[in-house]
Design a protein around this ligand. Structure first.
Ligand SMILES: *Cc1c(COP(=O)(O)O)cnc(C)c1O
Length: 252
């Protein structure tokens, strides 16, 4: 168990993040409930995830599938907990990812989509673990978002904007997958407002590929730049440090 002091610190940090999201939606003329928070728990122990769940959080993001697996086993008693895979996904980890994920944010090739579609058809995930897309209820398919490398950075995952159409078609062609939207991680900039053009690029790509009917969710914005992402239309923000503090500890 966490101490009462640590718990109230977590509660205070979470309140502050929720206040930032509210202020950002207000400034953008959007509704607060149109932006959902995914708490990023990489390098945080399962006990911390449990405390965050007790504070009402339900959606948690993990970068590494093995770390996700360890925490999912430890937290299997939390019925509404949903895991989001937000890190680069290797094809040899797809089977494990599909076993636990409520949604995947990092599909970036037709090949990865095909492998996911195959594994998701073999092992449907249990109902309460699926993530509802926008206002739509879960329907048995695995929600996936396509990661786009809008900054064109060599070391980053994500398809290029030119490849996006083929990845969309691959996901749409997989009966066990549900196309949920787009995701990006912009280049790091000292001033978070400089990230906004990258977020706007992702929003523009959505418009070019059928708009919100086809791609309901935009997963973008982290601790440093969530305001800029919300201003550009984010519906899912992925926040770690602002909720849990710096990631000093080694992952378990
Ligand atoms: C680590 C990570 C986050 C959270 O970053 P913070 O700066 O701690 O909020 C969000 N998205 C991805 C893809 C990440 O790897």
């Amino acid at each position: 168990m966490y101490s009462r002091a640590a718990m109230s610190e977590l509660a205070a940090r979470l309140d502050a993040v929720r206040a930032r999201i509210r202020a950002a939606t207000e400034a953008a003329g959007r509704r607060a409930e149109d932006v959902r928070l995914i708490a990023v728990t990489k390098a945080q122990p399962a006990a911390v995830v449990r405390e965050a769940y007790a504070l009402g959080l339900r959606d948690f993001g993990e970068n590494y599938v093995q770390e996700l697996e360890a925490k999912a086993e430890e937290l299997g008693d939390l019925p509404e907990l949903r895991w989001h895979v937000i890190g680069h996904l290797q094809r040899n980890k797809v089977k494990l990812a599909v076993r636990h994920a409520a949604a995947l944010h990092t599909v970036d090739s037709p090949r990865l989509s095909a492998e996911l579609g195959r594994r998701a058809a073999e092992a449907p995930i249990p109902e309460p673990r699926r993530f509802p897309i926008g206002a739509q209820a879960p329907d048995g398919r695995l929600p996936v978002l396509i990661e786009v490398n809008v900054g064109g950075e060599k070391q980053k995952g994500g398809c290029t904007p030119d490849e996006l159409g083929s990845v969309i078609a691959a996901v749409q062609g997989a009966p066990a997958l549900r196309l949920a939207g787009l995701m990006t991680v912009p280049p790091h900039t000292a001033d978070a407002s400089q990230a906004q053009p990258f977020f706007e690029s992702l929003a523009a790509l959505r418009e070019q590929h059928g708009g919100a009917d086809v791609l309901p969710e935009l997963s973008m914005g982290m601790t440093h730049d969530l305001e800029a992402a919300v201003a550009a239309g984010a519906t899912l923000v992925r926040v770690g440090t602002a909720i849990f503090g710096p990631r000093g500890r080694a992952p378990r």
